[in-house]
Design a binder for this molecule. Sequence first.
Ligand SMILES: NC(=O)C1=CN([C@@H]2O[C@H](COP(=O)(O)OP(=O)(O)OC[C@H]3O[C@@H](n4cnc5c(N)ncnc54)[C@H](OP(=O)(O)O)[C@@H]3O)[C@@H](O)[C@H]2O)C=CC1
Ligand SMILES: C[C@H]1O[C@H](OP(=O)(O)OP(=O)(O)OC[C@H]2O[C@@H](n3cnc4c(=O)[nH]c(N)nc43)[C@H](O)[C@@H]2O)[C@@H](O)[C@@H](O)C1=O
Length: 320
Amino acid sequence: MSVKIFVAGHHGMVGSALTKELYKNSANVLVTADREELDLTCQEAVVDFFNQHHFDQVYLAAAKVGGIHANNTYPAEFIYENLMIEANVIHAAHMNDVQKLLFLGSSCIYPVLADQPIVEEALLTGGLEPTNEPYAIAKIAGIKLCESYNRQYGRDYRSVMPTNLYGENDNFHPVNSHVIPALIRRFHEAAKSNIKEVIVWGTGMPRREFLHVNDMASAGVYIMNVKESIYKKNTKPMLSHINVGTGIDYSIKELAEILSEITGFHGDIVYDSTKPDGAPRKLMDVSRLTGLGWIPSIELKEGLQKTYDWFCKNEELLRL
Ligand SMILES: NC(=O)C1=CN([C@@H]2O[C@H](COP(=O)(O)OP(=O)(O)OC[C@H]3O[C@@H](n4cnc5c(N)ncnc54)[C@H](OP(=O)(O)O)[C@@H]3O)[C@@H](O)[C@H]2O)C=CC1
Ligand SMILES: C[C@H]1O[C@H](OP(=O)(O)OP(=O)(O)OC[C@H]2O[C@@H](n3cnc4c(=O)[nH]c(N)nc43)[C@H](O)[C@@H]2O)[C@@H](O)[C@@H](O)C1=O
């Protein structure tokens, strides 16, 4: 029997990987819409769109996304657009009797000084990291929307909390992107132009856990398809969210050194400590996910090399 699925955000890094992953199952019938046809912040447009289709499932991978600088510079857009997208899509899914939905949150929902590795239960136990608090608040609202429709209406809306992601179709903007695409581009351009020095933001000391987007897509589809009774057994009764990561982290300095090697940059790496470090560490406890039977398959160096190869092939077409 076919399963009609709406993938919101299908042009994005995660949405495009999810689309590929979902196409592996020939029973899936995917529906997507470009932003020009469907602005997800517009309630009327979202209601009309859901009324036209009868979806069995929704993957909500559309969001206003960016790295530490973008979050710190455009907090109003990050909180407003994300709240609107989540409220519109999750509510419209419920009103149209869509029983299953997967919402993408982020590891920044957890308190900035949470015990490491961070367990799902750490949510709302402390203050958030200031540079991305508005985005994190919107993501927490998304989790609570899912939990509330589950509690009140018996929906099966699950939320994945991915660690920092990277891979093909990432945003390689020089300042608004995340650290991996930013450094790939900066090291690549320096190596090509024989520039002797590359600036890396912050002290290089923060630690981050990185997951390749193909692993993220595989985990997302896996989690969506775990039987409800088994998924609930692995979460506290009302908890709808689950961490997605590798369980391994690296310092930004270690990451920069790996990327300089991959891109063939042989100059000096200079740390600009006037730029924010953000959270000191964000390593997630992934035992709930591994307990469900999923483990990642792309090791960091391999994933970075694949991403760099993809960047070199697509440099001219990228949204920079
Ligand atoms: N990247 C990361 O490191 C992490 C990402 N996540 C989460 O994963 C999800 C996907 O992120 P990612 O793929 O990296 O982000 P991208 O920016 O690559 O993709 C986001 C997608 O959402 C679409 N979108 C944004 N606003 C609207 C709107 N108003 N109407 C219609 N479409 C819209 C964009 O459309 P368009 O193509 O037109 O711009 C884009 O296709 C997000 O929820 C994010 O919070 C979580 C943890 C880490
Ligand atoms: C996924 C996650 O992404 C964001 O949080 P973040 O984890 O801090 O992600 P980031 O990739 O932007 O930075 C990671 C680290 O790397 C350092 N760093 C060095 N040099 C560059 C650099 O050139 N660019 C960037 N962006 N960071 C750099 C940077 O200073 C920081 O210490 C959230 O806002 C939030 O949106 C969220 O959920």
